[in-house]
Design a protein around this ligand. Structure first.
Ligand code: FAD
Length: 287
């Protein structure tokens, strides 16, 4: 099923997971998926390390298993910056052969040490490439606070419009901790004529190192009440975990009340946290 169809009927709730590191036991991801048993997300997306090469195989295998073994629709992420056209075709053929119907087409982060492998220097180029050759449903990323590289939010929204015009049919935001950024962003996209469903990306913050890394990488702002929470509980991991869950639930309840198209939960492969949030908000989602 193409995940863009979900939004016709209801507010979507999706999860994101990531493949285990090469040094970890491959099976650990299946423990995560087993831990999600009984939950009914509309889809689960599987990230892809932007290093190119064989990174795709784990993503494709896990996304195929989510769909074919766990019976949940899946989305395979695909960053284009480190792959050539030939590699893209090879990967896309594998994704197609696995029965996966949905791809989150990304550029990927640019490493100063690795020049782009080919022509996919922005996500819109990869989106057009896929759209011209395949029948996948294509998702794209967006940034309520602006992408860290963009000169300003107007440029960023114009570039997002290119992704919509190239063939993306739904959007997922980067995490944000202050819903006001999301509401302003949603107005701006509407004014720019971008009429795609936008899922709000919510990351439950359960430890201090995690949020510091995210802020560094993604440039998201931390509201005062969030910082107070971190400061208050940083030396009490269980309390911080519970406070992080409560913060994410609070964000989601507010988003649902403001008519969000969907919630995309960055699970961080933590089924306990995903379950607690799911159970708190599932019945609030308008059918
Ligand atoms: P783009 O859309 O290309 O945007 C990147 C920058 O270029 C922006 O500043 C934009 O304004 C600008 N821009 C866009 N198009 C043009 C154009 N045509 N001309 C000039 N400027 C342009 N990374 C991974 O490696 N693997 C993953 O699995 C992964 N999953 C993600 C999932 C989500 C939901 C999100 C939000 C991000 C994810 N990322 C992932 C991170 C992503 O790869 C980085 O944020 C990356 O820096 C930008 O990717 P993009 O697809 O948004 O790029």
């Amino acid at each position: 099923m193409k995940t863009s169809e979900i939004f016709r009927n209801r507010t979507a709730l999706s999860f994101e997971i990531f493949p285990p590191k090469p040094t970890s036991d491959e099976k650990v991801i299946y423990k995560t998926l087993d831990g999600l048993t009984g939950l009914k997300p509309d889809f689960i997306s599987v990230t892809y390390g932007a290093g190119g090469g064989k990174n795709c195989e784990k993503t494709i295998q896990i996304a195929a298993d989510v769909k074919n073994i766990y019976g949940i629709e899946s989305v395979a992420h695909l960053p284009g910056i480190n792959i050539t056209e030939e590699e893209a075709v090879d990967i896309l053929e594998k994704i197609k052969a696995s029965g996966i119907k949905n791809i989150l087409a990304l550029r990927g982060d640019i490493s100063p040490d690795i020049p782009p492998a080919g022509r996919f220097t922005h996500a819109d180029q990869l989106i057009s490439f896929i759209r011209e050759r395949y029948d996948f449903n294509i998702l794209a990323a967006c940034y309520p606070e602006g992408h860290p590289e963009s000169r300003n939010i107007i440029d960023d929204i114009n570039n997002l419009k290119r992704k919509a015009e190239s063939g993306a049919s739904q959007l997922i935001t980067q995490l944000f901790l202050d819903n006001d950024y999301f509401y302003t962003f949603r107005e701006r996209t509407a004014l720019a004529g971008i009429n795609l469903p936008i899922e709000a990306g919510i990351m439950p913050v359960t430890n201090k190192a995690q949020i510091e890394r995210m802020v560094r990488l993604c440039g998201v702002n931390m509201p005062k009440k969030f910082m107070k929470m971190i400061d208050r509980y940083e030396n009490n991991p269980l309390a911080l975990r519970d406070a992080g869950i409560a913060y994410a639930i609070d964000q989601i309840v507010d988003l649902i009340s403001q008519g969000v198209d969907g919630i995309h939960l960055y699970t961080m492969n933590n089924p306990y946290v995903a379950r607690r949030i799911y159970e708190a908000v599932y019945n609030l989602l308008p059918a």
